[in-house]
Design a binder for this molecule. Structure first.
Ligand code: FAD
Length: 391
């Protein structure tokens, strides 16, 4: 190709550009992003940035883009794409032709329909979101965090470090239950409870009240709590609205094969927005940092016609909560059978089993033990042997 246009200027877009150059691509490379910042990293937004320990999370300095001849077109969103003419139209009216188009538009935070538009209600995806929430933190403030997924749990932890009182509500039986299952979820509940978070699991948010500013919330069990802040961490939706009518197949993300190729010739997708085929069968959208780089490498080499191999056999994620780094290896799901093999009251290690085989491991504060299980997960080691052996 002579001109590759990447839509989105986040992690997956930057990694795709880097990997294309690494794979020998010499042509034009354009990154289109609707945000005005240089591409930046998101994991610190719920951690260091929120705690006030850091403010800049830029991925690469501007010289990097110049040196690698990567043109950044920032502050304009892709509005539509004509896949027959191979033209992309931006919200500022610009039309860009492409030989290959890479969709890397990530996710947008889900909101609750019908929720009154009150001051003090926050979501967390962008740098502005994180800064706005940080500004709203005053010691002694009372926050309701709605949704105990990774972001909700990390926000709860960061708010505690700033002396905010936190109620964490989650309709599932435990925090993180829908991703890691209720056994590990119970260990995560214990962690938050020990740090003073009021964890209310098995109950949802019914109503937010206030006049201009939020003053209270009513939960599904009828209890009313007085609050100054609400953070919605109820999941995200793929940013694919601009692909409507383009013919590119979208079903909870952009539908891709195992190399990032979509249903439409010369259109690819990567990162949080992409639903790639997985070796085990079916497709999966993975909302984790490491995945974006791994997919970018496969996709770039495929575009360049270089042998790419499959995406990583053993995916990895992490989440920092208090002093505990929760780490996961393998494509674990809430449906797997979970064996907690280490638990010292705060740190833990759990094996995830499917059909008698090890498919993943999740640890809290035990990085060496998690990493040691990588080869066993890749090999699908029989769980009985692992449980018999001392950890
Ligand atoms: P994004 O980073 O979302 O980038 C997509 C970009 O495209 C955005 O800038 C968006 O504004 C832009 N865009 C959208 N639509 C358009 C359009 N139409 N035109 C132009 N541009 C558009 N993962 C971990 O593994 N560990 C962690 O601890 C962790 N912490 C996280 C904390 C937070 C607060 C968040 C939000 C995410 C965290 N993640 C973590 C997930 C990780 O950050 C994502 O997996 C990663 O950012 C995905 O990169 P991406 O490029 O696919 O999407």
């Amino acid at each position: 190709p002579e001109r590759v246009v990447v839509v989105g200027a986040g992690l997956a877009a930057v990694r795709t550009a880097e990997e294309l150059r690494r794979a020998g691509y010499e042509g034009e490379l354009v990154l289109v992003g609707d945000e005005t910042h240089l591409p930046y990293d998101r994991p610190p937004l719920s951690k260091e940035v929120l705690r006030g320990d850091r403010d800049d999370t830029t991925l690469r300095p501007s010289e990097f883009f110049e040196e690698n001849r990567i043109e950044l077109k920032l502050g304009a969103a892709a509005r539509s794409v004509d896949t027959a003419a191979r033209t992309l139209t931006l919200t500022d009216g610009t039309e860009l032709g492409y030989d290959e188009l890479v969709v890397a538009t990530g996710l947008r935070p889900r909101r609750i329909p019908g929720l009154p538009d009150l001051a003090g209600v926050h979501v967390l995806r962008s740098l502005e979101d994180s800064r706005a929430l940080r500004e709203a933190i005053v010691p002694g403030a009372r926050a309701l965090v709605v949704g105990a997924g990774f972001i909700g749990c990390e926000v709860a932890a960061s708010l505690r470090s700033r002396e905010v009182e936190v109620v964490l509500v989650e309709p599932q039986p435990t925090p993180l239950a829908s991703v890691l299952g209720a056994e590990v979820g119970a260990l995560v509940t214990r962690l938050h409870t020990a740090e003073g978070v009021d964890v209310r699991a098995g109950v949802g948010l019914s109503e937010i009240r206030g006049d201009e500013r939020v003053t209270s919330a009513v939960l599904g069990d009828g209890s009313e709590i007085e609050i100054d802040l609400v953070v919605l961490g109820i999941g995200s939706i793929p940013a694919t609205e601009w692909l409507e009518g383009s013919g590119v197949e979208v079903e909870n993300g952009v539908v891709c094969d195992g190399t990032g190729r979509t249903s439409t010739p010369h259109v690819w997708a990567v990162g949080d927005v992409a639903s790639w085929q997985v070796p085990a069968g079916g497709r999966r959208r993975i909302e984790h940092w490491t995945n974006a780089g791994e997919q970018a490498s496969v996709l770039a080499r495929t575009i360049m016609g270089v042998e790419a191999g499959a995406a990583a056999q053993v995916p990895y994620f992490w989440s920092d909560q208090y002093d505990i780094k929760i780490q996961g290896l393998g494509a674990v799901t809430a449906d797997d059978t979970v064996h907690v093999v280490r638990d010292d009251g705060r740190k833990f290690l759990a094996y995830y089993e499917r059909d008698g085989r090890l498919v993943g491991a999740v640890g809290g504060g035990l990085p060496a033990l998690v990493m040691k299980s990588r080869a066993k997960i890749a090999a699908g080691a029989p769980i009985d042997e692992l449980l018999a052996a001392a950890v």
